[in-house]
Design a binder for this molecule. Structure first.
Ligand SMILES: Nc1ncnc2c1ncn2[C@@H]1O[C@H](COP(=O)(O)OP(=O)(O)OP(=O)(O)O)[C@@H](O)[C@H]1O
Ligand SMILES: [Mg+2]
Length: 374
């Protein structure tokens, strides 16, 4: 492994929980972590010494920030790519602005998958009422409509299985500047995910396959490691895609497990909720891995598991009461993001547990989380 120079000045665009965990793990590596975000009480702003107040959508603020850091990354792919390309010195933002553009748009993301023959739900672009009607008939009245950009946690996705829902969505479609895609609704058995990482040195690593469970289109828990006979092959194919597009950093791959095999749901060009378990369950977590990629380090080849099973549970906010917790359970790892506002459904923190099987790890969180007032 190449020597890691501590004190490298690294930057993070954005100040939410992903930025906070990136910052904390970066600090552990001895990096000089800078954060650009709007408010001093943002989750990531609270944990770094070098916080720059600013707007990630302002050219002047970006230029100022890049004057302070050698290399930077982001916690959300939904930034203004044109502005970023102009304001970012070449080679100093990873993944690259061009790839952010390719992956932030569900249509071009799907086209990339199709180009590399990676199975995904059939799709078409939808901009008008006529397109929607066409999609309705193409997908036999079972489809999901997704905003091409800015969707997350189910915001911007609409399931359609009844004709009355079609007419309700027409206005929405015509008023959405970035457009929609329609996808065939997939009958899946489970939702799975994995992380793949590519270093600037071209080294590749993958983290274990996990099962994710969504409620109201929002991730509630993750357990693993999971098995699927086709996963290794798919991971290999992704290694090839990442090389082809010169991707640097970690990428989250969300999957559907179906009777016909694995299908990709979507890609996230950044650290991802489905791999938060890695902070406590693996020898090298996803945030550390991301920094190693940016710094051109070789990557750990095997993701050393700290236990045969692990699980993660998202602590979603409620406006009814403030959280309280009992940290007496030594098998439970508690992560709180320090958000100033506790809103219903908002990701406020997460719990992880280890166990002799994935199921036992998940069961131990279920039991312990009763003592959490969230
Ligand atoms: N084609 C599909 N068929 C069946 N279910 C789907 C399909 N697409 C999405 N879903 C369901 O909706 C959930 C959310 O969809 P998706 O992951 O595409 O959007 P998102 O709101 O951007 O979520 P994220 O927060 O993961 O970015 C999925 O995890 C899955 O449960
Ligand atoms: Mg998703």
């Amino acid at each position: 492994m190449k020597e890691l120079k501590p004190q490298v000045k690294v930057g993070i665009l954005g100040g939410g929980q992903l930025a906070r965990m990136l910052a904390l793990q970066g600090l552990k590596l001895g990096l000089d972590v800078h954060v650009l975000s709007a408010r001093s009480d943002d989750p990531a702003a609270q944990v770094v010494r070098h916080w720059t107040q600013g707007n990630v959508e302002s050219s002047a603020d970006l230029k100022k920030f890049f004057g302070k850091v050698e290399i930077a990354t982001f916690e959300s792919e939904f930034l203004n790519v044109d502005l970023l390309s102009k304001a970012t010195p070449r080679g100093r933002l990873e993944p690259k602005p061009k790839l952010m553009g390719l992956l932030q748009d569900r249509l071009t993301q799907k086209q990339l998958l199709a180009e590399h023959k990676i199975p995904t739900a059939d799709f078409m672009a939808v901009e008008t009422e006529a397109d929607l009607l066409k999609a309705w008939s193409l997908f036999d009245g079972r489809l999901i409509l997704k905003k091409r950009r800015f969707g997350y946690d189910g915001y911007g996705t609409f399931k359609l299985t009844h004709p009355s829902e079609v007419s309700k969505l027409v206005k929405l479609i015509e008023n959405e500047p970035s457009g929609f895609i329609a996808e065939a609704l997939i009958d899946f058995d489970r939702e799975l995910a994995f992380m793949i990482a590519r270093s600037r040195s071209s080294d590749i690593a993958t983290l274990p396959l996990v099962e994710t469970h969504q409620e109201n289109s929002r991730c509630l828990w993750v357990k693993g490691p999971s098995r699927n006979p086709k996963a290794k092959q798919l991971m290999k194919r992704f290694a090839h895609v990442l090389k082809k597009i010169d991707y640097v950093g970690v990428m989250g791959v969300e999957l559907f497990e179906t009777a016909k095999g694995l299908m990709v749901n979507e890609l996230a060009p950044r650290v991802h909720n489905s791999a938060h378990y890695s902070l406590d369950a693996l020898g090298c977590d996803q945030f550390t891995l991301h920094w190693l990629c940016l710094l051109g380090q070789n990557l750990p080849k095997t993701a050393a598991l700290r236990a045969p099973g692990f699980a993660m549970w998202n602590l979603l906010g409620s406006c009814e009461r403030e959280p309280s917790w009992n940290l007496g359970d030594e098998n439970l790892n508690f992560h709180w993001y320090g958000k100033s506002e506790n809103r219903p459904g908002r990701k406020m923190g997460h719990l992880t547990a280890l166990g002799s099987t994935p199921e036992k790890a998940l069961a131990s969180i279920r039991k312990s989380r009763k003592s959490f007032a969230l």
